[in-house]
Design a protein around this ligand. Structure first.
Ligand code: PGA
Length: 259
């Protein structure tokens, strides 16, 4: 059985004191469970203080981004070698970075390789925009993104890769103005993702890889997503900022994993 992952993407929220308060509250609410990994992805400034405070048997850390080079004259950037040992995961190719930081598949491809050579597990985000969906290109978009973004990744390295399907139109910051993705809309895309991985790396890798859903996931809808065939967890934005909501979503995953 594939382990479930509930990852909180805090985006650009919380200074170190606020981050500390949140992780303490989450520590009180959440019980360790070997079937569900709980991952926090705080802003860079919070990573080290949170690293020092959390119970590492219970919580893992991820960064929201990495640079694709190990070092160099890149003012304001954070390299994977700096993060090595501090984070277990890195979110790569989030739609907000594709959109606001101009990240292309070529850059994302290099970031995937950079994470893996530094033993950081990438959570690669793929997903179509509203316009792409309306033009019936949703499946092609995720297939093309995966093919390009995984270009430098070997079949052995795929053991450490997690994919997050995040339809841009369903993300709270996205172009869908608060739309939710229904399981019927999500299912064919999850199937397309697994199919693409199978085409690229073979059936075994395609069946083993963990695929998360992300896009306005909250305590009310998490059961529907987590109950779906082929979904192994959630990448949570807005609802991860609220300890009660995030803890409820972790409990939901734990209940489903126990069945
Ligand atoms: P959201 O964000 O849950 O606020 O829609 C998800 C994400 O961007 O990863």
């Amino acid at each position: 059985m594939r382990t479930k992952i509930i990852a909180g993407n805090w985006k650009m929220h919380f200074n170190p004191a606020e981050a500390s308060l949140l992780v303490h509250r989450l520590d009180d609410k959440i019980k360790a469970d070997k079937n569900v990994e709980v991952v926090f992805c705080p802003p860079f400034i919070d990573l080290y203080p949170v690293f020092k405070e959390i119970n590492h048997d219970k919580f893992k850390l991820g960064s929201q981004n990495i640079h694709y080079l190990d070092e160099g004259p890149y003012t304001g950037e954070i390299s994977p070698t700096m993060l090595k040992g501090l984070v277990e995961y890195a979110i790569i190719g989030h739609s907000e970075r594709r959109q606001h930081a101009g990240e292309t598949d070529k850059v994302i491809q290099k970031k995937m390789a950079a994470a893996l050579r530094n033993t950081i597990k990438p959570i690669l985000c793929v997903g179509e925009t509203l316009v792409e969906r309306e033009h019936h290109a949703a499946k092609k978009v995720v297939t093309d993104q995966l093919t390009a973004d995984l270009h430098l990744v070997t079949a052995e390295e795929m053991e450490d890769v997690v994919i997050a399907y995040e339809p841009v139109w369903a993300i709270s910051s996205g172009d869908g103005k608060g739309k939710f993705a229904t399981p019927d809309e999500v299912a064919p895309q999850i199937a397309a993702i697994r199919h693409t991985i199978e085409e690229l790396y073979g059936e075994e890798v395609g069946q083993k890889i963990q695929v998360l859903y992300g896009g306005s996931a909250n305590p009310d809808n998490c059961k529907a997503y987590l109950g779906m065939d082929g979904i192994d967890g959630l990448l949570v934005g807005g609802a991860s900022l609220n300890y009660e909501q995030f803890a409820a979503m972790v409990s939901c995953a734990q209940e489903i994993a126990a069945k």
